[in-house]
Every structure is written in C-alpha cells, then in structure tokens.
Design a protein around this ligand. Structure first.
Ligand code: ANZ
Ligand code: ZN
Length: 856
C-alpha cells in the first residue's frame, strides 16, 4: 500500500475507541480530575469550520491531559432551544422538535467523524423535558431566594421577530438576528437579579487568572461600576423634588439644565393633556433602549417649563427638559447637565441655547481651554475649580468629596455606587423555549407551579400560522386551576431566554442522568469548576457573565460550592477565507472559482473572470465558506484537525487555504508511509552503541518530546506542530538504514515518539502508526512520553580556532571539554596545519567552550 486509506482507517479507530469506552469519564479515580469543555453548538443542521476549530482545540487538550494522567471529563451536547427552529416551523411547516432532533442526529454523526474524544454517554439536549425540568426548579428556587422578580418594564421589542430582546441582543439599536430597528414597549417581565452580585462579579474577575485579559476587561466594562452621588433638586411650585445621579458632583456650579428620561414618571405626569409632550415621548419610545441606539441618535429635548432650584445656590434655577439621551433604567433616570465639561451636555445646551459655565480650569493652556469650550468642545480633563463658591481652588477629586459632603450634610442626597449592569430579563414570547413555571390567578397573583407538577411541558400540538407566541394561541394549554385557590387560572405563556439553558449546562454534564436535581452535589463537587473552557469571543459578556451569575445563584441555593464556573478560558480566533465576486459584483463560493490556464481566477462553469477580495471571516452572506464535511470526507479528520492547529495560535484568526490543507494532507501521508515502510529493530531491542549522527538525532527526539509537552501546556498548538515536523523531517533524512544499525534503532524510538506526540492532534493516524510499529494497546490509553533529561542538555559547543589572531577553523567539541582535547583537535585541523607550515606552535591558549588561540 502506498497510499493511506483514510476513510477506513479513521472509521476503524473510532469504533475501537467507542467499543472500549476509552472516553467514558468516571468519578472513581486516583488521578486528578480535569474538566475540559467546548461551548456546545446550536443544532443548526451542519457543523461549520468554526466548530471544527473549536472542537479540535478542545480535543487536543482532552487527549493531552488524559495522556498526562488526568481523569478527564470531556462532554458534548446541544443548545437546542431557540428561534431558528421556530422559523423553520413557520417557513417549512416542520415541527421545531422534529427539526431540532434531526439536526442533532446529523451533527452528531459529523462530530463523530472528527474522532473527538467525547464521553457520548453524557450527551444532553436542552430542549428535552429531562433537561429543562431542572431549570424550572432552579427558577423557583431562585424565586424563593429573592433572586427573581416580576416587573413592568420597558423592553426592547423586535418588530420582526415579535419578541423582547435582552439589551445584549440589541446591537447598534437593531435586533441581533433580524437586524430590525428595535422599539420600546412596556411589558410585565420576569427578571433574574444579576445586579445582586454586581460587585462580586466585578471583584472576582481578578481571580480568573487563566482568562484572556480582553474578556475580563469587557466584563468589567459591562458591569460598569461608577462612584458618584444621588441628590435631590427642589422643583419650583411642586412638593416633590427630583433625584438625579451624577459622577461629577464637583461640577454642580456648572449646571445649566436638568434632563429626565422620556419614561420618567414626571414626564408621564406632565404629558397628560399635553399633546406635544406626548408625541415627543412617543418619538423617544420608537428609538431603541440600547446605549448604542441612544448614543448615535440626534440629541433632542422638550422643555417642560418647570424649573429646578440649584441645591447650593437657591437664586439659580435650571430648566427641566425631557431628553432622548437620558435612560430611565440607569441611575435615577434624571441628570443635571453641565455643558462645559460634558460633550453631550454641551451639544444639547448649544442646540437649545442653554449656555454654559466653565467650572474646571487646567493649570496650563487656560485660554485655549476656554476657547475650546466656546467653540463647542467640552473640557473633560483635570484642573482646579473656578466659579464654584466653596469649591473654588480645589482639585476635581477633592471637589467631588467636598461637594458630596455638603450634599449629605444638607440632607439632599448621598454617595452611591452605580452599576451599568441591569437585571436579566428572561421572559420571551416564544414557543421553542423552556416554559416559565408560573400560574397567574386573578385572586392569588403569580403562583409558582407546585414542584410535584414539574416539568411544565411544552405542548406538541401548536400552530405557527399566526404571528406571535403559539403558546398564547393554544386552545387549552394555558388554562389550569390555580394551585392555591383552585379557581380557573392561566399559565405563564412566556418561555425563558435561551441563555438560561446555557447558564448551567456545564454542571449538568457532571451527572447528566440525575433525575431529582439538575445535577448531584457530589458530582458537581468532584468535577466543577470547568478547568478549561474553549469557545468564541462573541460570548465574552453574554453567556460567560450569565454563567458566572448562575453559578453564584446556584451556590446560594445550595446546588454546588464553587464561585466561578470556568477556571480557564481560551477564546479561539475566527476562520477566514478569500472572497470572490463576479463581474456583476455578486459573491461566489470558493467552489465556484477555479484557475484558468494562465493561473488567473475564473468562474468554474462560465470561465468569466473573477475578482479576488481579501480574506475575511467565513460567512454565508459573503459565501466565502468551506464546508467541513467535504474536507473530512476527502482528506479525513486528521488532516482537517492538523490544518486547524498548524498555522496560527488558537486565539488568532486562521486563514483557510487550499494550499494549507494540501500541505496537511501530504504530511499525514508522509508520516504514515514512514511508519509502514521502515525496517526497524524489534521492540525492546537494546540500544546499540550510537555514532555521532545517531546520537544527535536521538537528542533531537528527546528535545522534541520536551518541547511539545511545553507547547501543549501553553496551548501553543502551532508551535507543537512545528516542533514535531522538525523532528520527523530529521527522521526522514535517515532514509532506510540497515535494521541492525544505530540509525534504525533511533528511528524506531523517533517514530514511536512521533506517534505519541501527534496523538492529541491526529489521533487516528497516531493509532495507525503505533500499530504499524508493532505496538500493542492504544495511543488513546498510552501515557505521554518522557524525555530523558540527560539528553536535553546541549552537549557540544562550536569553538573557534585562531592562528596568530586570524580565524582558521571552527571545531565541534563536547561541552566543557578538557583543554588537552581542545588543543589536540585544533592542531589536527588542515587549515591550522597549513597555517603553521610544519613548525610547532609557540603557544596554545584555550578559552573553554569558546576559542583556541594558536601562536605560531
Ligand atoms: C453631571 C455631569 C457633569 C456628568 C459632567 C458627567 C460629566 P457613568 O460614568 O456612565 O456612570 N447620567 C446619569 N444617569 C444617566 C442616565 N440615566 N442617562 C444618561 N446619562 C446619565 O456616567 C454617569 C454620568 O452620566 C452622570 O454624571 C450623568 O452626567 C450621566 F461634567 O452628571 B453626570
Ligand atoms: Zn388563586
């Protein structure tokens, strides 16, 4: 055989692993546990290259840690609730459950063809009642613990998907999936009190030393802690004052106006009988609630005519505006505007002629700063206070403290800490999600479904022909008796945000068959936290923050005892590919493009010229996608896996190229050929005396073993591949030595090392080589090779030989060789003999490991 039969070979080893149950994880073990997890996929129907990369990375870690003597848990499952299943139902009339289960079956086969070392006995799918019943219980436990509440709130409404979106699902004011401009609506929603843990979620970021700095920073910004003050402004002619939140109490003397949110109760009150204000509020509500939407929108205000009284100067009054840039759910929903020192306020003041007062002046460039403000650019830097009464002369920092002290002593307000983080609204008006286990009774209110009646199962007989939530339209499902008073009542028809399922699935894997609870305490205590989590950076705040919150809430309710779910995090880069366009500017798939006779890119069918664009993230919209199924089918899983690991560090983007995959394929075949064709000494044959070359090669083998271990410990997979290649290239140079030669002996050692080192990356080929080399047992069950420390020390040095100060030769000497050996070797060199012209040297000076000086 001169060609590697990839398909048969890979399938054969996959079956061996499965039959032997190599990857089944058990808690009973004397080895240290290691839990490695990749973000579970949404079952869209087919795996894409991002999956291939993600799961390859996880598999390398899992197999490597196993070889290193860890008791490894490496599970896989399906994030199976969500909108696409419902869309499929609407568009193709297929039931979401059927669509989802069929997709899972197809993708499971694809993942299995990749040879991933999963414990498939722990597979979960979040859409099954066996899974979601437990999160209904968790929700009720959170409710009891005071971590859940219901409130009327302004929500982001996606008019295309007919559903509420979390703030995180609104990107630049648009729905994250529909792209539709998001509107505001007032709805009764269930909330999880993530803000109860805001400070802890922030503080504990410091403990996550094995998380990327970037992700920690993103979470820190998302949590957004600000120190400041709340204070009440009296309003002329009214009993009740208006409370504002500010982080700059030092600038109070620069206040020129007050602004309140469109949804502020005062605005609502004033709007009664005021059509112009009513219309302005409606206009604000048509804009999204996200910060991005607010930041990008033109700043607009409506003068209510009311005046607020300055707390430090009763003679000064400030107009109260309703403004579209003030958020109702941040701080108090009201601010004072200080135009000189806040750009937004200055834009607003200039637009409505509200003027400004500069109150902070820098030590240098005073005139320039004053001119800058006059020209429309606010000054936000440091300096000393001016125009500010008792604050004059103080620094910004000192003035903040002094101003708050005064506010507190006057009883007008207090220091506060404010978080940007909002509670997590989990209600979704959707069918394909976990039903919220609540019953609404006219007399008793919102009543939890009794635990004995869990799970609240989704009805199967639903229709998707009317817009909105099929659960709400179902003729019977929602009608139940109130568990408290027995009167007719109505089920909650909202389902959970699907981030609910992914906030605890990692714990479910620890005991996936637990029926009474989502997972057993013992299993969670054993396996948690996840030692290494691997997935996309796009989850830096959403999923990862929710999971951190959930873990805290579960701990508070006695479910487990860790604070953080993921001790280590690796965020992988994206897979990129060139883009192609035809003459009309339409995108083309890579498979539509071929090379013409002159090498220029043309359309594969029409032969028309094609423009090649730069490499970008693979996306369906630009068609620059390569289907992994075709690659795995044609080249095998090992080739695809090798390519995923070779070219870039895992956290960087990776360019998918034809040449790259060809290179990986050739390497797979070369390794295989080396293992099957080599004529090697028997296993266990004692090491013969090694000549210089063989000894050198052996040192390279041991050095490579050590290096690759270090590389894998640091997740530098591309370096590991490079080191292995370097070694196997050197082994290839040996050719086909006689079986009894020293070279053949080292070749056996080297090829066996190669099989073991590639084990985590190209597991099928590793097994095939191992068995071709005559070895019993499986690489999957073989320990990681050990390098002989004695062979790792550099034991030869290059020494320069000079005659009368002139370089004549260089010689290889054993490290720390004796001076006599150095002198003898130097004098044997032909160039030195020639330079001495037959005369004996007058003197020889040896500088150990560096130089031999011959004086003629
Ligand atoms: C007066 C002031 C003067 C402010 C100045 C800033 C600069 P962070 O750091 O994000 O917490 N603010 C408060 N509540 C708001 C809301 N609901 N909607 C929009 N803006 C709001 O920002 C706090 C600052 O943002 C607060 O400090 C307030 O404006 C504004 F030279 O008060 B400041
Ligand atoms: Zn009742």
């Amino acid at each position: 055989a001169d060609r590697y039969n990839v398909k048969d070979t890979e399938a054969r080893w996959q079956k061996v692993w499965e039959d032997r149950g190599c990857f089944i994880a058990r808690e009973e073990s004397d080895r240290p546990k290691y839990y490695v997890l990749e973000m579970f996929p949404y079952p869209s129907g087919r795996i894409h290259m991002g999956h291939v990369r993600n799961y390859t990375l996880g598999d390398v870690v899992a197999r490597y840690k196993r070889a290193r003597g860890h008791n490894v848990l490496h599970p896989m499952g399906w994030d199976a609730f969500g909108l696409p299943a419902e869309n499929a139902a609407i568009q193709h009339g297929v039931h979401p459950a059927k669509w989802t289960r069929e997709n899972i079956a197809a993708m499971r086969e694809q993942l299995k063809s990749m040879g991933l070392s999963y414990d498939w006995s722990r597979e979960i799918a979040t859409c099954e009642p066996e899974y979601y019943r437990h999160e209904q219980k968790m929700f009720l436990d959170f409710l009891k613990a005071g971590l859940v509440y219901r409130k009327e709130s302004w929500v982001n409404w996606d008019p295309v998907e007919n559903t509420v979106l979390a703030n995180e699902q609104v990107i630049d004011g648009r729905g994250w999936r529909s792209g539709a401009l998001v509107e505001k609506r007032l709805l009764s929603q269930w909330f999880l009190k993530i803000t109860a843990f805001a400070q802890d979620l922030l503080d504990s970021l410091k403990t996550l030393e094995r998380w990327p700095e970037r992700v920690r920073l993103m979470q820190e910004n998302w949590i957004g802690r600000s120190e400041g003050a709340r204070l009440v402004f009296q309003v002329e002619g009214r009993e009740t004052g208006l409370e504002i939140f500010t982080t700059r109490p030092d600038t109070l003397f620069g206040a020129r106006f007050i602004a309140i949110a469109a949804n502020h109760p005062l605005a609502a009150e004033l709007a009664v009988g005021n059509p112009a204000l009513t219309e302005f509020i409606a206009e604000c509500n048509r804009m999204g609630t996200s910060e991005a939407a607010i930041e990008t929108a033109e700043k607009k205000g409506f003068d209510t005519g009311l005046k607020a009284v300055h707390p430090f100067d009763p003679s000064c009054t400030l107009p109260i505006h309703v403004a579209n840039f003030v958020l109702m759910d941040y701080g108090t929903g009201a601010i004072f505007g200080c135009p000189a020192h806040d750009q937004r306020d200055l834009d607003f003041a200039n637009k409505y002629n509200l003027g400004y007062t500069q109150v902070v002046e820098p030590a240098a460039d005073r005139e320039a700063v004053a001119a800058q403000i006059a020209a429309g650019t606010a000054y936000t830097g440091d300096g000393a206070l001016i125009n500010s009464g008792f604050l004059d002369g103080l620094t910004v920092e000192a003035a903040k403290a002094t101003a708050i002290d005064r506010v507190e002593s006057q009883g007008l307000g207090a220091r506060t800490v404010n978080f940007r983080l909002r509670d997590w609204g989990v209600s979704r008006q959707r069918y394909w999600g976990c039903p919220i286990p609540i019953i609404h009774c006219e007399s008793c209110g919102a009543v939890p479904v009794p635990e004995s009646e869990l799970p609240v199962q989704l009805p199967e007989d639903v229709r998707f022909d009317t817009p909105g939530n099929p659960l709400a339209h179902h003729p019977t499902w929602k009608h139940v008796a109130c568990p408290v008073c027995g009167k007719p009542a109505r089920r909650e028809t909202d389902t959970f945000d699907t981030f609910f399922e992914s906030s605890w699935y990692f714990a479910r894997y620890t005991s996936p068959n637990s029926t009474d609870t989502g997972f057993t305490r013992a299993a969670a205590d054993y396996w948690m936290p996840v030692d290494q989590y691997i997935g996309g950076i796009e989850h830096a705040v959403l999923h990862l923050l929710y999971s951190r919150f959930f873990t805290r809430a579960l701990r508070q309710c006695g479910y487990l005892n860790v604070a953080e779910p993921f001790a280590g995090l690796l965020t992988q880069g994206m897979i990129c590919h060139e883009t192609y366009k035809d003459a009309d500017g339409a995108w083309l798939f890579p498979t539509d493009v071929t090379d013409a006779a002159d090498g220029s890119p043309v359309h594969a069918v029409t032969g028309a010229p094609v423009t090649v664009g730069r490499s970008e993230k693979m996306s369906k919209s630009k068609k620059n996608v390569v289907d992994p199924a075709g690659i795995i089918d044609g080249y095998g899983a090992d080739t695809a896996r090798l390519f995923m690991l070779s070219d870039s560090p895992p956290d960087r983007d990776l360019d998918w190229t034809e040449a790259g995959i060809d290179g990986a394929w050739r390497y797979v075949n070369r390794l295989w050929r080396m293992a099957v064709t080599a004529d090697l000494p028997a296993i266990g044959c004692p090491m013969p005396e090694l000549g210089t070359e063989a000894a050198k090669l052996r040192r390279l083998v041991h050095k490579t073993v050590a290096l690759v271990g270090d590389d894998l410990d640091r997740f530098q997979f591309n370096k590991a591949v490079a080191h292995i290649r370097e070694m196997t290239n050197a082994l290839a140079e040996v050719g086909t030595p006689a079986v009894e030669s020293d070279a053949a002996w080292v070749l056996r050692e080297g090829l066996e090392a190669a099989a073991r080192l590639i084990g985590p990356m190209m597991p099928h080929l590793a097994e095939e080589m191992w068995s071709a080399l005559g070895r019993d047992g499986l690489i999957a069950e073989t320990a990681w090779p050990e390098a002989d420390p004695a062979l790792l020390v550099e034991d030869s040095v290059t020494v320069a030989v000079q005659v009368n100060g002139k370089l004549r030769a260089t010689i290889e000497l054993p490290k720390n060789a004796e001076a006599a050996l150095a002198e003898r070797t130097a004098l044997e060199q032909p160039q030195v003999i020639a330079a001495l012209a037959g005369k004996p040297p007058r003197k020889v000076v040896v500088v150990p490991n560096r130089i031999v000086n011959v004086v003629a």
